[in-house]
Structure formats: C-alpha cells, structure tokens
Write a protein that binds this ligand. Structure first.
Ligand SMILES: [Zn+2]
Ligand SMILES: [Zn+2]
Length: 411
C-alpha cells in the first residue's frame, strides 16, 4: 500500500513538472521580437511632436502611418487611473495617439484633456450604453445618447451626421453587440483586449498566472487568439457594405475586488503594448489636435487601418494593396472587378511569418514569407492575416496571429 501511494505521488509530481515545462516552452514561443530594422525597409521616421521618437512612418505605397491605442477608461468612468496616469503610460509605451472612451461622458473633453501632451495626441471619445450593446462614438465633440424617441437608429445617424465614427465595442464579449441592421454604423472591434482572455480555458488561465511574474509579455501575448466569431460577423456585414475593423484595448487598469477595493491590473502601459491600430493617413499630422483628430478619424472611417498584436513585434512596414489598371488601392477601398488585377501583401518582420489571404470568409492562398502577390480571381471582400511562426520543443511549429488588415472590396 505505501508503495502504491509513493508511486502515485511520483506520478502526480512528474505530471505537474511536465505541465510546467510545457507551459514554459509554450510561453517562450510567445516572446516579443525586436522591431524590424527600418533601414532594411522603406520606413523612415519623423514626426509632428519633435520631442518624442515615434511619429510619422512613411510606409510602402506612400501615406503616413500612426499607431494608436484605442478604447480606454479613466476615473471619469470605471477606470482605475486619471487622464494624467493614462498620458504618462502612453508616453512610456510609445503609440502616436490614444483614444479615451469613458462610459457615457464627454467630460474629459470639456475639461480640456484632448490635445498633444509632449508629442502624444490624446483624443476624447465616448463609449455609449445602448439597447444593442456598447458603441464607441468618436469625433462627435459632444455627449450623445440613445434617449430620444427614435432610439438607436437616431443615435447612430447623429454620430454619422456630426462627422463622427461609430464602432460596435466588444461585439462578441460578455456584453455582445446585437443589432447589425444599422446601416450607418461604421465598424466593429475585431479585437478587444479586455474580452480576449475570457475565452481561454481555466487551466490555460491558471498556467498564465503561474508565469505572469516571470514572463509578463509572453503571458499577455498568449491570451489573444484569432477572433473567429468577430471576423465572421465582420465578413457577414461586409457582404452588404464597407465595414471598418479596429483593434481595441478596453483598458481599465482596475479589477474590482470587494466593496471599494480594487486591483490596479492590468496596467495601461501593459495594455498599450498589446494591441494597436495602425492608421494610414493621406497627409501627415500637423501638430494641431483638432485637425489631426479629423485626419485620423477620416482614415479610420474609410477603413484605412490595420490591427497589430504589438506584443509580438511592431508592424510599421505592413501593406495590403490592390493594383488594377493604372490604379493602386489600399485597405478600405472599393473597386469594380477587371481582369488582371493583383493583390499584394508585404509584412516585414525580423522572423518567419505566414501570410494568409482571405476572399470573403474563406482562405484563398497562403505563403511562408514576407511578401505575397496574387491575381484577383473575381469579385469578393479580400482581407489578409499575418501569423508569426514560432517553434516549440514539444508541440512543433505554432502560428500566432500578428496582423489583421482591413478589407479591399472588389465588386
Ligand atoms: Zn464596453
Ligand atoms: Zn470599454
């Protein structure tokens, strides 16, 4: 009997050690890579805020691009930090702009927080509570709500008529978005940093907690998977009309414990390094916050942007373009089908990647390499996803989602 107990103990201990070792190898495969050497590509860096390093990056195909951290909450609603804390975290994490979206209030705008803070642009939007879920209202300049007799359609119309952008927040999260009939709604969050970890299994989360103190970057990266359901919703809607997708953080730096107690976790800075939306604008930012808000939101409105899991590696050199006749079009464009059009994806990286091109919801072609050319086979909604390839000892090769593009529509 004692021998059996002893063998059982050894077996359990061995199983636990294997689980930890497997977890370590898995986490290690999630580690960040350094940014690609800008000198090797066409990217150059200058900027509107001469005091900070990040700024305009002129990518392939021209246009300026800016990386943004979008969707966060301050103490104006249920966030754990002040706007000053958020700005400081943004300056450390290095995006070009932040979009603050407190729940049902534009008070941060009224209090003068929108603007440049030592080269970092802070824009103030709002997360509006509606009967269909939470809606980001950006660029409206005032508080909006669903209170009127005409309800949600009137709200979305008001945002649109004010030149703003409306985005369905966490469409597949705990509070999902439920109304996809609103024609004037501009887009959806294809990734939401606060929802991503909730779909992981208990064992996966426990193991993440074990490794969190030692490998925080790796742990956070490991919690974000391909958002299959959000992509399905996007593609379904995109069959009818142009749809913008963005990557959001929903950063709170606050986990409620009991009573008034809370944990300041995960930090804003950590979240700003996890997911970014890179915006490709027609012109460079000017340093005037009002003008620059319009430039950035116009680009987001037309879908001239892409989502990057920044924790793996920044992606300033990514491009997804369509050449048809004399024209070269980028993400967010719509065009009539003609014979001979070519789609072109470039994804410079300091390690191996896999580029996968989708037509509507279906993978069309993929390649292991930093570039993909393919002839347009016919009408469709095309988007591309880029995966970082990581070798693990026990599980062979893993592919980890790195970039999701916006779509190019061929009609
Ligand atoms: Zn929300
Ligand atoms: Zn939120």
């Amino acid at each position: 009997m004692p021998r059996l107990r002893k063998s059982l103990k050894i077996l359990v201990a061995a199983g636990f050690l294997l689980w930890i070792a497997d977890g370590y190898l898995l986490m290690r495969s999630e580690s960040p890579r350094p940014a690609p050497d800008p000198a090797a590509g066409t990217a150059t860096t200058t900027g509107p805020g001469a005091t900070t390093e990040p700024g305009t990056t002129t990518g392939p195909g021209g246009g300026a691009r800016y990386s943004g951290a979008i969707h966060m909450h301050s103490t104006y609603s249920d966030g754990g930090g002040s706007v000053e804390d958020i700005v400081r975290a943004g300056q450390n994490a290095g995006p070009d702009f932040l979009v603050l979206t407190d729940h049902d209030t534009m008070q941060p705008l009224i209090d003068g927080h929108q603007g440049y803070h030592d080269g970092l642009l802070l824009l103030v939007g709002e997360e509006v509570n509606t009967s269909a879920g939470h809606l980001l209202s950006l660029g409206v300049g005032r508080d909006v709500s669903q209170d009127g007799p005409l309800g949600l359609p009137a709200l979305v119309e008001e945002i649109s008529e004010s030149g703003g952008v409306s985005i369905a927040a966490h469409p597949t999260g705990r509070r999902p978005w439920t109304d996809w009939t609103l024609e004037e709604m501009d887009g959806l969050e294809v990734l939401n940093g606060n929802s991503e970890w909730r779909d992981d299994g208990v064992l996966e989360l426990v193991r993440a907690l074990v490794f969190l103190p030692f490998m925080p970057d790796e742990v956070f990266n490991s919690l974000v998977d391909r958002p299959d359901e959000a992509i399905r919703l996007w593609m379904h809607r995109a069959q009818r009309q142009p749809v913008t997708v963005i990557g959001s953080l929903d950063a709170h730096e606050r986990i409620k414990l009991w009573g008034e107690r809370h944990l300041s976790f995960p930090t804003y800075e950590r979240m700003f390094g996890l997911i970014r939306t890179y915006v490709i604008t027609g012109t460079e930012l000017t340093g005037d916050a009002e003008v620059d808000e319009e430039i950035l939101l116009n680009a987001i409105h037309r879908g001239s942007c892409y989502v990057v899991l920044e924790g793996y590696e920044p992606a300033p050199g990514f491009s997804f373009e369509l050449t048809m006749g004399p024209e070269t079009l980028s993400m967010g464009s719509s065009v009539e089908y003609q014979n001979g059009g070519r789609l072109h994806v470039t994804a410079p990286s300091s390690g191996p990647v896999r580029i996968r091109l989708y037509r509507d919801e279906v993978p069309l072609i993929e390649t292991e390499g930093h570039e993909l050319f393919v002839e347009v086979p016919g009408p469709g909604v095309y988007h591309t996803e880029v995966y970082q390839l990581r070798r693990t000892l026990l599980r062979g090769e893993r592919q980890r989602l790195w970039i999701i593009s916006n779509a190019i529509r061929v009609e």
